[in-house]
Design a protein around this ligand. Structure first.
Ligand SMILES: NC(=O)C1=CN([C@@H]2O[C@H](COP(=O)(O)OP(=O)(O)OC[C@H]3O[C@@H](n4cnc5c(N)ncnc54)[C@H](O)[C@@H]3O)[C@@H](O)[C@H]2O)[C@@H](O)CC1
Ligand SMILES: [K+]
Length: 475
């Protein structure tokens, strides 16, 4: 089962792996034609009704595989307004190759030819809102026609994710959907065929540019609240600055007053909120929980806190009363399995921290994928296990991140990751935020390795985060 949004991400990942959408469209159209051949008697008449998006493009491709039928292809709208280059190329090919085509620009004039089979390629997962004209009239005409209806990907007018549909949605006899079934199709009475269109498994398994697309902030969003510092000062400062580089609007650091000035001294961009102490103690917990929940922040718990008994007790208490989202890193990880929490956590252990949490002991994170997956399932939280390959899993969905470079084994890069994930967690699903964060952090390192080789610092990486996050964003 795959949502339209995730399908878009996977398809972008496939393109990055060298399998562009043009190729997928060829497979999709071919798959549609196969189903048409199954349901149509030899020599019968077939009409393909295409919209101006890629769903329509699948219809144009299908036409080239259906030469044995009495076939015509209708385009709803003017050819110049076909929305994507690959759909347009396939339309042009039909015209060049003298296929029977018809352009319908006025829905009032839409008259479906009397045919045995109609291919509904008006629109697919790109639908937004109720059907507009001329799609609405065309969809009604298809439903009313005395023909077998084969819908491409989803019945046009149907929301494949929610299963909701406008009153005009096409009523299909057969649906040929691609790669995986869509949530909304389950409720349909139509026969659903899931066609393999050649998307490599790696496009789902490995974190790619599509995953970053899903998690990327639309503008400045979110105000992460870093609870860290005490024995160490650099870690919370790096996490908080990384969050700002990843789109956060403001970055707060709650830290002991003994070192708050030092943290502020690293960066004038941070809002440091000192509390009276030289380390985190249980006396602070109620205030911290109250502040985090009042402002609806994403918490980063752990950087630089240290392992004093009273600090660990304070992190236990924090987690048992906090109910919002949090990235848990470093020393705070040790207590996650000891408490019941209603919070939504992304835990970011390296292999030593993973073992200390009660997770699998391994020399290589990338070789313990199944064990880490079951550990996350038991834990009930997202685990982002950091290694040469990162494993990101919520116990059901598991992604491997391959970005990054050996120079990143320098201190502080984990703090950056925690800050980036916190910024993305403000608006993205926890697994997607963790997966995208891991990729972005790794790309920031790769960019520096081009000139600094093994010698760059975590603080150098801060300036690379924006390009890593937005560098391949669509215009
Ligand atoms: N994502 C993928 O990996 C693949 C997608 N493919 C096809 O591409 C489709 C998605 O293509 P697109 O994203 O171009 O979107 P669609 O072709 O589904 O729809 C976009 C078109 O519909 C119009 N539209 C949107 N909402 C409307 C409404 N309420 N009333 C009337 N018109 C409306 C838009 O103006 C646009 O012209 C899939 O359903 C599938 O058929 C396949 O070609 C291959 C692989
Ligand atoms: K369709």
């Amino acid at each position: 089962m795959i949502t339209g949004e995730r399908m878009g991400a996977v398809d972008e990942n496939a393109a990055a792996l060298g399998v562009p959408r043009r190729q997928l469209m060829e497979s999709s159209g071919n798959a549609v034609a196969r189903v048409v051949r199954e349901v149509a008697e030899p020599g019968s008449s077939v009409a393909i009704v295409s919209g101006r998006g890629n769903n329509g493009g699948d219809g144009f491709v299908a036409a080239r595989f259906l030469d044995e039928f009495d076939l015509r292809t209708l385009l709803l709208g003017r050819p110049e307004t076909i929305g994507t280059e690959i759909a347009r190329e396939n339309w042009d090919a039909l015209e060049e190759a003298a296929y029977e085509t018809r352009v319908v620009t006025d829905s009032q004039n839409l008259e479906l030819p009397t045919v045995d089979v109609v291919v509904d390629a008006i629109l697919g997962t790109g639908i937004a809102g109720d059907l507009r004209e001329p799609a609405a009239t065309a969809a009604r005409a298809i439903t009313a026609a005395d023909a077998t209806v084969v819908s491409v990907d989803v019945p046009s007018g149907f929301d494949a994710d929610g299963g909701d549909h406008s009153d005009d949605a096409v009523s299909a006899d057969h649906v040929v959907t691609f790669h995986d079934t869509k949530p909304g199709l389950e409720a349909l009475e139509a026969t659903v065929t899931v066609a393999d269109i050649g998307i490599p498994a790696a496009a789902e398994r490995f974190v790619g540019p599509g995953d970053v697309d899903l998690a990327r902030p639309a503008g400045r969003e979110g105000r992460p609240y870093v609870i860290g510092g005490g024995p160490y000062t650099g870690a919370p400062a790096l996490a908080a600055q990384a969050a700002l580089r990843a789109g956060a609007e403001l970055s707060f650091v709650a830290a002991p007053d003994s070192i708050a000035g030092e943290i502020q001294g690293y960066s004038e961009d941070l809002i440091v909120q000192p509390y009276e102490s030289d380390r985190l103690t249980t006396a602070r917990v109620d205030d911290l929980v109250e502040t985090a929940e009042r402002y609806d922040d994403v918490v980063v718990l752990g950087p630089g806190l240290g392992t004093a008994d009273e600090t660990l007790e304070a992190t236990r208490r924090f987690l048992s009363s906090y109910t919002g989202p949090a990235v848990v890193d470093a020393d705070a990880l040790a207590v996650v399995t000891e408490v019941e929490t209603e919070a939504t956590l992304v835990c970011t252990p390296n292999r030593r921290e993973l073992e200390r949490m009660g997770g699998p002991a391994t020399d290589s994170i990338g070789e313990a994928v199944d064990e880490i997956e079951s550990f996350a399932a038991d834990l009930g939280h997202v685990v982002l296990a950091k290694g040469a390959d990162d494993v990101v899993t919520d116990g059901e969905r598991t992604r491997i991140n391959r970005s990054g470079t050996t120079g990143m084994s320098v201190g502080g890069t984990g703090d950056l990751l925690a800050g980036i994930v916190a910024a993305l967690l403000d608006h993205a699903d926890p697994l997607e935020a963790a997966a995208a964060g891991a990729r972005v952090n790794g790309i920031a390192g790769e960019r520096l390795a081009e000139t600094k080789h093994e010698g760059f610092l975590a603080s150098d990486m801060l300036a690379e985060i924006p390009a890593a996050l937005w560098g391949d964003a669509d215009e």
